[in-house]
Write a protein that binds this ligand. Sequence first.
Ligand SMILES: C[S@@+](CC[C@H](N)C(=O)[O-])C[C@H]1O[C@@H](n2cnc3c(N)ncnc32)[C@H](O)[C@@H]1O
Length: 272
Amino acid sequence: MTLAVSDFEHICRVVREESGIVLEAGKEYLVEARLAPVLRERNLASYAELAAELRTKPRGPLTVAVVEAMTTNETTFFRDVTPFEVLRTKVLPELFAARPNGPLTLWSAACSSGQEAYSVAMMLRENFDDASRARVEIIGTDIDAKVLARAREGRYSQIEVNRGLPAAYLLRYFAKDGMHWVLREDVRRQVEFRAMNFVGEWRGAPFADVILLRNVLIYFDQPTRQRIVSRMERQLNRGGYLMLGSTESLQDVDTRFDRVELGRGVVYRLPG
Ligand SMILES: C[S@@+](CC[C@H](N)C(=O)[O-])C[C@H]1O[C@@H](n2cnc3c(N)ncnc32)[C@H](O)[C@@H]1O
């Protein structure tokens, strides 16, 4: 079954309009591989049939399924290690001291299946007293309802818990359930997951003191990155921090953020 050029172009246009994700020429193999399960689930005979339905029913359930299939949800617990060290040793102690009584909000934006948000929740339990930990609200958002449902469940495969999670944390915070591991309820309760699209209306976007916006800007073009980062400036409280993925930077966007090297990490601080 092949994907005609006009159908590929239409699918790319829909994905870009709905999510901002850019799929360039040469990514036909990716579109075919990701959409093959969608064809099967919906009894569609071909990519041509899928593209035709997208044309006749724009914004229908098939559009949602196509966008979700085209998101890359790759994530791990404590991904890249350093950002969590920077949070533990620099960012959170500074924010706790600056706001001795107030609550702090940490936003895992584009949280995928929740490992990033839950890594922060476990790190807080390991390193801060109960009173400090209780002051931190953690919000995870993503465009993809499927990964959000998984995140809320806090249920991970053996392969997923083998990636980045210290063995001691697995034993302390997870219970075995058949072939899976389920995160303790009190840790799950510290994180609230919400649906939010960066190219939508930003309903559900929190005002935060720390925003983790990691490994997602790479999927967008420059104007979209600019709009998202400018909006993030408005969602951050003064003196707050934005943290990007290890290969990402704000080099090609115009911002008010100061680039700050903290330990071995780089963070972006909103002047306070
Ligand atoms: C590669 S994962 C990154 C997960 C995590 N932040 C990390 O670094 O491990 C990228 C996530 O961005 C989400 N995403 C893609 N486009 C989005 C959009 N327009 N709005 C919100 N989330 C989006 C995807 O659904 C996916 O879960």
